[in-house]
Design a protein around this ligand. Structure first.
Ligand code: SAH
Ligand code: DHB
Ligand code: MG
Length: 224
């Protein structure tokens, strides 16, 4: 099959899955629209990946979620909706402008009570959480700067308990992890290798259709 036909088919398959499992949703569409109008980059998870995040949260029975990289809150809304009554989420964001847009999007979705956005460099915010000995998270979603993934994994492990899930977005990036040519794909390759090797984890990377081909890492902290 020609490359053009293959990418067309990938787009059609993604639209098919999205049409079935991620039907139009007012709060999510408004979040994307306002993010775009505010000039945020369009690098949120896809609608069907959002649905996957929601399902993983439900399957894990997560009550406490940590997200690293908020952007306009599109993925945040999926997680927060999957939380049970009393469940909470902390999302970390470097850019105050992104955090402002996200807060408005989350408010409109009726989820403000469940979500706290902390603004700052995730490395510093995570180090402070470890230092403070806060209650572990049931699920951590890593989705900030790609160079930081190996370091974020160290923090996520320190902030997890046996049975917690650690997820990583963008772990395939059009195959750039196969033969990394820049710092971010080298870091992503290291992240995937660490997930595979770390004896505290059971993990896999699942390829996903996004603009091109990307992937999500799903890891579970083992119970010994
Ligand atoms: N999770 C979002 C997308 C996040 S995009 C979604 O799918 O809807 C990555 C975000 O990480 C951007 O908003 C960027 O500003 C933020 N970011 C980049 N470096 C960061 C850092 N060092 N600490 C915290 N956030 C960071
Ligand atoms: C980029 C970042 C993301 O988190 C994503 O899902 C897609 C693209 C990026 O920085 O290009
Ligand atoms: Mg991402």
């Amino acid at each position: 099959m020609s490359e053009d036909r293959t990418s067309e088919l990938l787009r059609e398959i993604d639209a098919y899955v999205e049409g079935l499992f991620a039907p139009p949703d007012e709060a999510l569409e408004a979040a994307l629209r306002d993010s775009r109008e505010a000039g945020l980059p369009e690098i949120n998870v896809s609608a069907s990946e959002g649905k996957l995040l929601q399902l993983l949260t439900e399957i894990a029975g997560a009550r406490r979620i940590l997200e690293i990289g908020t952007l306009g809150g599109y993925s945040t809304i999926h997680f927060a909706r999957a939380l049970p009554d009393g469940g909470t989420m902390i999302s970390l964001e470097l850019d105050e402008r992104h955090a402002d847009v996200a807060r408005r999007n989350i408010e409109r979705a009726g989820l403000s009570e469940k979500v706290e956005i902390l603004v700052g460099d995730a490395r510093e915010l995570l180090a402070a959480m470890v230092e403070a000995g806060i209650e572990p998270f049931d699920l951590t979603f890593i989705d900030a700067d790609k160079e930081g993934y190996p370091e974020y994994l160290d923090f996520a492990l320190q902030l997890s308990r046996p049975g917690s899930l650690i997820l990583g977005d963008n772990t395939i990036r059009d195959g750039s992890v196969l033969d990394p040519q820049d710092d971010s794909s080298r870091a992503m390759r290291e992240f995937n290798e660490r997930l595979a090797r770390d004896e505290r984890l059971s993990a896999v990377v699942v390829p996903l259709i996004r603009e091109g081909i990307d992937g999500i890492a799903i890891a579970r902290v083992l119970v010994d």
